[in-house]
Design a protein around this ligand. Sequence first.
Ligand code: 5HY
Length: 232
Amino acid sequence: MKILVVNPNSTQSMTDKIVSAAQAAASPGVTILGATAAGAPASIEGHFDEAMSLQGLLMQVAAAEEQGVDGVVVACFDDPGIGACRELASGPVLGICEAAVKAASMLATSFSVVTTLPRSVPVIEHLIHGYGLSHSCRRVRAAAIPVLALEEEGSGARDKIRAEILRAIEEDHCEAVVLGCAGMADLTQWLSAECGIPVIDGVTVATRMVEALAGCGLGTSKINAYAKPNMK
Ligand code: 5HY
């Protein structure tokens, strides 16, 4: 089985981190094909960056489909271009936000999300509403760190995320926490041990969910909405 794990921003060090998390999650015999969206912004922080990432993202998904991948993980918590990716792909396509919040809803009666910047909060709230999980989400919080601070030694990003998780536990009374950025994937186990709460990383759960669906012989439905794009 081959799974494409694509980072829609153009920061290779973040792609490497994401692919490492996906490889750690994948079962033996599953090959993770990592990809970075060429020409995309270095990080996705809001609607404009998200829009600017789509062409590079879709080119990677189209190329992987040609290579016959069995599934796709879109490794950005804004779940950019999921519908378009599903039109291109034959296998299952999951964004890490959808995977993580749906996993959280199966593990706890409530969860909070900790993302990077305040401007990402309404984007994620809108996604969670669309996934039908507003009743389970106590709050979407921001640790007030730029996405790329996660790539910088000494930025203090991990401590700010830890502090925000502890505030979520104290104030939101959430029963689980979802990490609201693909770039946090390498912090999952440390944060869960430090905070004493299930911490869910979307890269990890999306990889295993795609593997599970493809392993069941299931792919994206091509009846109507996600049919291949019409040739013009
Ligand atoms: C992400 N941005 O997962 C999102 C998270 C965010 O470049 N990768 C990004 O902060 O919106």
